[in-house]
Design a protein around this ligand. Structure first.
Ligand code: BGP
Length: 477
């Protein structure tokens, strides 16, 4: 479909930007905060790019007001941030740490004072280390109670101020790294444990959505999902089957569980045959169906293209964390699928395919399958940026990326998608979990690298571009 004319973006469209606590805050032990699994993991040798960690990050914890002032100057309508669980409950449960709540309250009040809608993420991977030590975190059902208690604490405190909530951020990506690739804490490589942990996370997600209905009756809540829509490498039925397998195993496993309260059939049959299916107790699937979301948060960066992978073929591989273009190997599951390069698409220096049409496809697939409103909770381009004389950062490549993706949102809306907003990743430069500080995403450059820096904030060219997009309601792209 090629449209002749575009509808305008609705006047209440949430033009936003996003971040996550561990990636921006720093203040890792400030004001009573307990350690998270990332505080410990990043200190183990060889886990992150040049040993980078979030001890200081971009010091948002101490520069919150300056950062929100920049958001206001830009004209931002929404800011998505995450709350650090161990700031609120230093050991995961027990006594509430009032200073932690006070920090987020101040952030929320400052946003509201500037008419910026807060979008609050309950969990962006920084599990209290105490719960990992005590019972293995997401591998034990005890986490469901603890997570619910933490979420209800936030509901009670912020129900009157925060309308948009995100439950779990990228459960799929985080747990794949944590339990299959061994690249996020607790760095396990075991498929049975991976599916078991995911099942418990689905239950926790449903429980906090159920509780949300009581405590925040006028709010909206949903998970944010790392959606890389699958493409077949060709129309060879073998590639088509590989694509079907990949879509079920990498996407529908989460999306159907969240939105339909069930697991996709072929994937479940395969796991049962292999003895890798999660243990489903009486009441589990009922709970999933009682805790479905109001909307789906979509974190979209790229599509993935799949081809046939016979038994004995390619296994799962780690991602590119260096920015050396062309170093990402094919990755797959023997007998199911493996990734293949897409000859039609350019890639970033981290080998991520640049595919705005893929975003339109993503939004259409989700909207038509689940019939829910959507919000882009992340989308952006991680690149090397250069600070030039006169404090200039000419990130034209980022503007091109964002422009084409905002257009894709507009096309998807024309196709009938209900889209609540678009949160670019990220507002300031931040710590990339595994890629250090050199992989930048922000509209605002932060003067620091793996060793440190002045932490000065500098507006990039994309800052001015996005500001004009917002002011013109998307008319001036
Ligand atoms: C998503 C995460 C974000 C962010 C982003 C960019 O997976 O939710 O926290 O990090 O991806 O990824 P990266 O930093 O690896 O480039």
């Amino acid at each position: 479909m090629h449209h002749h004319k575009f509808n305008d973006f609705p006047s209440d469209f949430l033009w936003g930007a996003a971040s996550a606590a561990y990636q921006v805050e720093g203040g890792w032990n400030a004001d009573g905060k307990g350690p998270s699994v990332w505080d410990l993991f990043t200190k183990l040798p060889g886990k992150t790019f040049e040993g980078s960690n979030g001890d200081v990050a971009v010091d948002h914890y101490h520069r919150m007001e300056e950062d929100v002032a920049l958001m206001a100057e830009m004209g931002l309508k929404a800011y998505r941030f995450s709350v650090s669980w161990p700031r609120i409950y230093p050991t995961g449960r027990g006594e509430v740490n009032e200073a932690g709540l006070a920090f987020y309250e101040k952030l929320i009040d400052t946003l509201l004072a500037h008419k910026i809608e807060p979008v609050l993420t309950l969990y962006h991977w920084d599990l209290p280390q105490a719960l990992q030590d005590e019972y293995g975190g997401w591998e034990d059902r005890r986490i469901i109670e603890d997570f619910e208690r933490y979420c209800v604490t936030l509901y009670q405190r912020f129900a009157g101020k925060v309308k948009y909530w995100v439950s779990l951020n990228e459960q799929n990506y985080n747990l794949t790294n944590a339990y299959q690739l061994g690249t996020h804490p607790p760095a396990v490589q075991d498929r049975k444990r991976f599916f078991a942990a995911n099942h418990i996370a689905f239950l926790a997600n449903a429980r906090v959505i159920k509780a949300f209905r009581q405590h925040v009756p006028n709010g909206l809540i949903g998970p944010s999902f790392a959606y890389s829509p699958a493409y077949p490498a060709s129309c060879d039925p073998k590639d088509m089957l590989a694509y079907e397998n990949a879509e079920e195993f990498n996407n529908l496993w989460w999306l159907d569980a969240y939105c339909f309260g069930r697991y996709p059939q072929a994937a479940l049959a395969y796991l049962r045959e292999n003895g890798e299916a999660p243990e489903i107790l009486p009441g589990d699937m009922e709970l999933l169906r009682e805790g479905t979301p109001d909307y789906i948060g979509v974190n979209y960066y790229y599509t993935l293209t799949y081809t046939d992978n016979p038994l004995g073929g390619q296994t799962l591989q780690r991602i590119n964390t260096t920015g050396k273009k062309g170093t990402t190997p094919s990755s797959g599951i023997p007998g199911l699928y493996k990734t293949a390069p897409n000859p039609h698409l350019e890639t970033s220096n981290w080998d991520w395919a640049i595919d705005p049409t893929g975003m339109r496809i993503a939004l259409r697939r989700l909207s038509s399958r689940y019939g829910l409103p959507l919000m882009i909770t992340e989308n952006g381009l991680g690149e090397f940026d250069k600070l030039e004389a006169g404090d200039k950062v000419n990130d034209e490549y980022r503007i091109d990326y964002l422009r084409s993706h905002v257009k894709a949102c507009q096309e998807a809306m024309q196709d009938g998608v209900e889209l609540l907003g678009y949160c670019a990743w990220s507002f300031t430069d931040i710590l990339s979990w595994l890629n250090g500080y050199q992989k930048r995403y922000g509209f605002v450059y932060v003067d620091r690298d793996e060793q440190g820096g002045s932490l000065r904030r500098i507006k990039k060219a994309s800052f001015h571009w996005y500001s004009q997009v917002i002011a013109s309601q998307g008319k001036q792209l």
